[in-house]
Design a protein around this ligand. Sequence first.
Ligand code: SR1
Ligand code: MG
Length: 405
Amino acid sequence: MSKFDSYFLMTPSDAIEYSKEKLTLFDADSQLECKEIGDGNLNYVFRVWDPKTKRSVIIKQAGNTARISDDFKLSTERIKIESKALQLEERLAPGLVPKVYRYDEGMNCCVMEDLSDYTILRQALLEQNIFPQFADHITTFMVNTLLLTSDVVMEHKEKKEWVKNYINPELCEITEDLVYTEPYHDNNQRNELFPLSREWIEREIYGDATLRFEVAKCKFEFMNHAQALLHGDLHTGSIFVRENDTKVIDPEFAFYGPMGYDVGNVIANLFFARAHAEALKDQKSQAFIDWVDETIVTIIDQFKEKFLQAWKEHVTEIMAKEPGFDRWYLQNVIKDTSAVTGLELIRRIVGLAKVVDITSIEDPNLRQQAELKCLTAAKRFILEREHIQKGSDFLAVFKGEKIHE
Ligand code: SR1
Ligand code: MG
């Protein structure tokens, strides 16, 4: 019998005891230390380390509610999805995710590689650091994990089995509510508007029936298009970086959905970093903004290039080999990417789960400017999504410029 035979939410001292009992990494007599370092919206993250040997691990544990609010009652199963997804992603995109050492079904926790020598990308971008290889790494991650889990590559019955295994109703519901519903309605308790932006949002978001109609179409696309195994929450807080390394973490929202959901999340969150730097306008800002612009353009263009190349190498489905089908398919992925870029920009400003890139802008007028710039572009990303296809189109829309067809 062990105290870890049945589930309870651990404290740091439990995590130390757990590590000694369940992991082979540490010696029985080691003096371990532990700190709870989770700063996400959902889970608890313990870093356990041996100061003598410098060995360390991360133990991520799911509670019955979300950390951000007890409103969200969640099954602890999500850690199972995350563990499975990380192991699969390591196979599909080697070196781009942390290694999983152990998944514990009873304790609902996942023990994984400690990435403490990395920084969360959102934080690094707030400090205006640049990562020249990021576009290359993230496009490889997205092309490999998305295309290779889709029906154009996988045997169809096996793919359907995976759709079943990754069914993730509670976390999908969070996205359906927070991304695709609440930001478009004035009558829910969870939206929080920055006072200087309120009037604009009431008129241009809540009050725009055409926008709501287009968002409704996107919502049903998200719910009904089981295209590929998504990460499902690929914002800059789900990515660790070091100078020449990238690791994608936190795929607990993974499920079969439209590919553009992942790509659009990356792009929108880079725009938040850009908006933050524009508000800062210090010495480093212009060089940083230039790098973000180049990175956004490269991510879209390189994603398309790698996607078509991987299509050539991996496609197995006979009808998908019809000439021109690859480009038609990709065009739809980029259309969805544009819509999701807009949806993510809106929901992080209007809805519950905000981003520090925007909330940390201290000057109220600069924050209002940043919010309205993101929201104005967001509407175009949704409404003009049929025409936004090139990396330079994405940048032009954010800057308020015309798209050159
Ligand atoms: C209740 S969870 C709020 C948000 O945090 C996660 O990272 C997802 O982005 C989710 O929408
Ligand atoms: Mg997360």
